[in-house]
Design a protein around this ligand. Structure first.
Ligand code: ZN
Ligand code: ZN
Length: 353
């Protein structure tokens, strides 16, 4: 069954006649199209792809021939709406803006009712096939290789921004590109989980959080390592041990049938027991694929259970305000029997001066 066929079955299960897909990652997943302007409609016997004139030639090459390919004029939604069947038609309410939804409502025929459809395509995307896994593996491998460049060049005396640039230059010379703006955050900056690398010079005896990933054929990787730049204060070394122990123990919990919420809770309880519960403010992990953050979600709000083919991160962290942060993140494939960690960079505390 093609991806569009599987979506059609899901659409039918939800009591919908069709779905209008506007999230470009979903459009790519269903049709193969990699451009930046496109939408598609999938329903019983309906396979329509629309783009504007700039991407017609590209769509000719890329879009699955099972789809009717249309050149839209100004508003893709208008052209997509014309091919929507009567009845209840889903839209991607997590993606479509309120304004776009209003436009779409104006374009559909009178007998059509637009219904929020949630993340139907994202649910399909959460389970990867062998080709997708191969790309994610390759993206993880290239990111690991780029990290080696940092270790070789050293950290002390360099600005965070310079280190991030070097990392991303290495990714590009390896034939890849960053899957998101790399984080290089030393000392107190490391206590900000989403720090942006700045002009601060990395000193000796601090912890540096590096969070980075590559893209291969649209598929992302995501990895975090925390390196030391010399002898650490005892409490920083202790937090590193805590995060590492928690991360390794939690990897064992990743297996088919495990509840997403329970995997998060397992890590959280360990960190809470060590007195750092308040300092682990984000979810344990997230799915990775065409987007860096996708389903399934390993957090307090995570829904459902893990299944074979899921690719998730396991990334506990402890952030001590104004001092330092530690996060260790691996990319993990859920297999039939358990899990396979595809990040290979060492996790024992490494000193890079
Ligand atoms: Zn990350
Ligand atoms: Zn992540």
């Amino acid at each position: 069954m093609s991806r569009a066929d599987r979506l059609e079955a899901l659409v039918d299960e939800e009591g919908l006649a069709a779905i209008v897909v506007t999230n470009l990652a979903n459009v790519r997943y269903l049709t193969g199209y990699t451009g930046t302007s496109g939408a598609c409609v999938v329903g019983a016997g309906v396979r329509v792809f629309v783009t504007d004139f700039r991407y017609v030639a590209q769509a000719e090459c890329e879009v699955d021939p099972g789809f009717d390919r249309l050149q839209g004029r100004q508003d893709l939604l208008e052209d997509a709406a014309k091919r929507v069947p009567a009845g209840r038609v889903g839209f991607e309410d997590h993606h479509l803006t309120v304004r776009a939804h209003q436009r779409l409502s104006g374009f559909v025929a009178d007998g059509t009712e637009l219904v929020p459809a949630g993340r139907l395509v994202e649910r399909l995307r959460a389970v990867k096939d062998a080709d997708e896994l191969a790309r994610i593996r390759e993206a993880a491998r290239l990111a690991d290789e780029a990290l080696n460049g940092i270790v070789d060049r050293g950290l002390v005396g360099r600005a965070e921004r310079e280190v991030a640039l070097g990392l991303e230059a290495d990714m590009r010379s390896l034939g890849s590109e960053p899957s998101f703006p790399s984080i290089v955050a030393g000392a107190a900056n490391g206590a900000l989980p989403h720090a942006r690398p700045g002009d601060r010079t990395i000193g000796e005896g601090e912890l540096v959080v590096l969070d980075f990933g590559c893209v291969v054929d649209g598929y992302c990787s995501d990895c975090t390592r925390t390196l030391a730049t010399g002898r650490l204060p005892d409490d920083a070394a202790a937090v590193y041990d805590l995060v590492l122990d928690t991360q390794v123990a939690t990897l064992d919990r990743v297996r088919p049938g495990a509840e997403c919420r329970a995997v998060d809770a397992f890590a959280r309880e360990r960190i809470e027991a060590a007195g750092h519960g308040e300092r682990f403010g984000h979810g344990l992990g997230h799915g990775v694929g065409l987007e860096v953050h996708e389903l399934p979600t390993l957090s307090k709000a995570g829904e459902g259970e893990l299944e074979p083919g899921n690719v998730v991160t396991v990334e506990p962290g402890v952030y001590v305000p104004d001092r330092f942060g530690v996060r260790i993140e691996d990319l993990v494939v859920v297999t039939e029997r358990g899990a396979e960690v595809i990040s290979t960079a060492p996790k024992e505390l490494r000193t890079v001066s």
